[in-house]
Ligand binder design. Sequence first.
Ligand code: IYR
Length: 220
Amino acid sequence: MPAPTKPYSLPQFSEDEMRTRADNLHAELKQRRSCRYFSDKPVPRDIIERVIAVANTAPSGANRQPWRFVAIDNPDIKHEIRIAAEKEEYESYHNRMPQDWLDALEPIGTDEHKPFLDIVPWIVVLFRVDWELVDGEKVKSYYPIESCGLAAGMFLTACHRVGLATLTHTPSPMRFLREILNRPENEKPFLLIPVGYPADDCTVPDIPKKPVDQVIQWNR
Ligand code: IYR
C-alpha cells in the first residue's frame, strides 16, 4: 500500500541568489581535503551524532537506509583498528597493489603507516547493510552500495561544514572491522572515516582538481 503523502516545497531564491549560493558553497567545499595528520583535540560526541544525523537523511534504495555508523573514540579500540589496518596495508603496499596503482598513489605520498588512527579523536566506520531481520523476517536492501556512497558524501560534507576534517580510508580488505567492532554478518565495512581537527602542522598534497568543463557534457 502506498504511504500517505504530504505537501513538499522548497525555499525559493532568485536566479542570482541561486548563483551566489552555489558559488559560496563551491568556495566552501573546495576547501575540503583528505586529512592524514590529525590533532588529538577531542570532538564532543553530540557533534558526531549531529553529523551522522545529517548523513542519515541521504536518499536510499526503497528508503531502507542500509547503513550503520559505528563511532569509536575508545583509545584501545582505535589502537586495535590501527594495528589491524597497518597489517593489511603492509600486505597491500608490499605484495598486493600492482605497480600502476603504487605509481598513481605516489603524488599522494601514502604508505602502510597509519598513526592517525591512534591520534584522531573519532573513527567512524560506515557499514553497509545488505539485509536486515525485521520481526524475524529477512528484509533486503536495494542499491546498498549507491546508498552508502550517498550517505558517506553527505557525512563528509556535514563534517566539513562544521569545521571537521575527514579522510576516506579503505584499509583493504576491511573484514577485520566487523570482528573488532562486533558487527553481525549482514553488515560489511564500507568506509573508515577518521574525523577530527587537522594537526597544527598538517599539510596536504598540492594537487589540482579537473576543471568542471572536463566533467560535464551538455546534452549529446
Ligand atoms: N588504502 C590504502 C591505499 C590507498 C588507495 C587509494 I585508491 C587512495 O586514494 C589512497 C590510498 C591507503 O589508505 O593507504
